[in-house]
Write a protein that binds this ligand. Structure first.
Ligand code: GTB
Length: 218
């Protein structure tokens, strides 16, 4: 059965691939699983029908038969568990890849989201100018630590995994901040992720929504 995910009918990023359906699309593309997309408006997201799928009234969601999932990390994990290609076969390597998935979402993404909040929701607050450098420094610390661990390696732990998929997805949100440019090895890591054909297909699919065209192919 072909899974169906939800995505913004009109993404506020205009197709820059920053909404969290892109990481789910990327996972599908990496494993070669066709998927369908149901586009939802901001109003529809808050209606009972969508809240039955997603208690917080957000995208993305995942439906496959009776199974309904929300949270992009859980969805990517589900896809990675059901298909070959995103998690290593060995038990220890698999556990490490899953550790990186959690690290991306619970250690690296939160300070990045703080920056997004500061720049968008709090941009008119008197204290934002004072707070921004603190928020940016917290991100710099994480990037510094991540760069130290990555070293000269291509991916975080051996072959590309769902851990890299989520980490790159999270880091992409920093593109416009200029912070990635301060860490050339991290910038190169993100560029490697973006260069993957599966990412390119996922990006094109979400962009086609922003351009008002039906998604091509799977
Ligand atoms: N933890 C959840 C997950 O990982 O799935 C977070 C889900 C989430 O934040 N969804 C957002 C949403 O539905 C879309 S992705 N927001 C609507 C709402 O809460 O009412 C976040 C997002 C939104 C917009 C941009 N952008 O414009 O650049 C980027 C990312």
């Amino acid at each position: 059965m072909m899974p169906t995910i939800t995505a913004f009918e009109r993404s506020p990023d205009g197709g820059r691939g920053l909404a969290r359906d892109t990481r789910v699309r990327w996972a599908f593309e990496e494993v070669g699983q066709p998927y369908a997309v149901r586009l939802v408006s901001f109003a529809a997201m808050k209606e009972p029908a969508h809240r039955a799928l997603h208690p917080f009234g957000q995208i993305p969601t995942y439906e496959e038969g009776d199974l309904v999932l929300f949270e992009s990390g859980a969805i990517v994990f589900h896809i990675a568990e059901r298909h070959a290609g995103l998690l290593p076969d060995g038990a220890d390597a698999r556990a490490r890849a899953i550790t990186w998935m959690f690290a991306a979402l619970s250690t690296v993404e939160p300070p990045i989201l703080e920056l997004v909040t500061a720049k968008i929701s709090e941009r008119n607050e008197a204290w934002t100018a004072q707070r921004l450098p603190l928020v940016e420094d917290r991100i710099r610390s994480r990037l510094h630590e991540l760069a130290a661990r990555l070293g000269k390696a291509g991916w975080l732990d051996g072959a590309f995994s769902a851990g890299d998929l989520l980490m790159v997805s999270v880091l992409l949100r920093l593109r416009r901040s200029g912070l990635l440019d301060e860490f050339p090895s991290i910038a190169a890591y993100v560029a490697r992720g973006e260069a993957r054909p599966a990412y390119q297909r996922a990006f094109a699919a979400q962009l086609s929504v922003a351009k008002g065209q039906p998604p091509a192919g799977r």
